[in-house]
Ligand binder design. Structure first.
Ligand code: DCP
Ligand code: MG
Ligand code: MN
Length: 335
């Protein structure tokens, strides 16, 4: 099913989904209303998967998971070609300004609102703003490039490049790109590197060395290290870089995990986030707590304490099985 979304089969229902996607985007990144965002998102993605074009309400009768008010929205779009709610939101000067401010990497709905209240109205005058995070400064500096989607072939080139540099630094290191790229999407928002070492110890301290190397070759131009906690089994870097031979600067995430945590990390970091939420619920139903580092047995009910040692999982299939879900290929994880 994910194939449709990744653009291999064109979407038959753009007349509906463009509007639903815009509502999703406004609720999520401007209004910070995650629940409403999710209802529009689910509907958009359901309709994108349909192999036929919806022309009348008859055509959506059999689709599950679309509630009453979403049916009303779809009916309105079919009849009028528009959604009044969206027209109102777009006509609202404050909403469109917030949307513009929140288009900067590192500026979420809350910060956008604060900046708005301080009188900021455009991305170009944010350089004068005080109290921006380091992330937002990077987002501003590379603003034009970071709003662009990344074609798949450029991500492939990035993966090869970093694999090569990594191998030179630490033979046997395992580097791959997860996220939307691994789900097979034709364009990506960023490049999500996931790293481990099969020997069980060489991953330790590798990230700092890799970042230093990638900075010296000019691949990474900017970035922030996450705070490393040995207890957390993960080392993180978020930055901006440019693949040799390519024009634009891109957002880069790098995460290094221990061999034991890798299967959990691979599933989590491949996503998508809706599947991650579904997997956490499934785990809960079986009496577990699941995160990007492990699967932990709970005692004392749903909200009870969980064990500190993870149940081992060699690979993704084993994890799906242990929480009672059937395995999904990465290309089928665009839920
Ligand atoms: N993730 C998550 N919840 C979040 C953020 C991320 O579960 N709030 C997981 C699922 C994502 C993965 O991490 O698929 C990578 O995060 P990205 O934000 O890079 O998202 P994608 O790679 O899926 O999409 P994009 O092409 O926009 O980068
Ligand atoms: Mg990504
Ligand atoms: Mn990412």
């Amino acid at each position: 099913m994910g194939r449709h979304i990744s653009g291999i089969i064109p979407c038959m229902n753009k007349h509906l989904t463009d509007i639903l996607r815009e509502m999703w985007e406004i609720y999520e990144s401007v209004l910070g209303d995650d629940w409403r965002a999710l209802t529009f998102r689910k509907a958009a993605i359901q309709l994108e998967k349909l192999p036929y074009k919806i022309l009348s309400m008859e055509d959506i009768k059999h689709i599950s998971g679309i509630g009453k008010s979403m049916v009303a929205n779809i009916k309105e779009i079919l009849c009028t070609g528009k959604l009044q709610k969206l027209e109102c939101l777009k006509a609202d000067a404050k909403v469109s300004t917030l949307r513009h401010l929140a288009s900067v990497w590192g500026i979420g709905p809350k910060l956008a609102l604060k900046l708005y209240q301080e009188g900021h109205r455009s991305v170009s005058d944010l350089v004068k703003a005080s109290g921006l995070s380091q992330m937002a400064h990077i987002g501003l500096k590379y603003y034009d490039d970071l709003t662009l989607r990344i074609p798949r072939d450029e991500v492939t080139a990035a993966e090869k490049y970093v694999q090569n540099e990594g191998e030179t630094l630490c033979p046997g290191i395992c580097i791959s790109v997860a996220g939307s790229y691994r789900r097979g999407n034709l364009t990506c928002g960023d490049i999500d590197f996931l790293i481990t070492h099969p020997d069980g110890h060489s991953h330790q301290g590798f990230l700092a060395k890799l970042v230093e190397r990638l900075q010296s070759t000019g691949f990474i131009t900017e970035g922030l290290h996450g705070t490393y906690q040995a207890s957390k089994k993960v080392d993180t870097y978020m930055g901006v870089g440019r693949v040799p031979g390519y024009q634009h600067y891109r957002r880069i995430d790098i995460k290094v995990y221990s061999k034991e945590a890798y299967a959990f990390a691979l599933v989590y970091f491949t996503g998508n986030d809706v599947l991650n939420r579904k997997m956490r619920y499934a785990a809960q139903r079986q009496g577990f707590k699941l995160n990007d580092q492990g699967l932990y047995l709970r005692y004392g009910g749903k909200k009870g304490l969980s064990c500190t040692e993870s149940i081992p999982c060699e690979n993704e299939r084993e994890l799906f099985r242990k929480i009672g879900l059937s395995f999904l290929e990465p290309c089928d994880r665009n839920l």
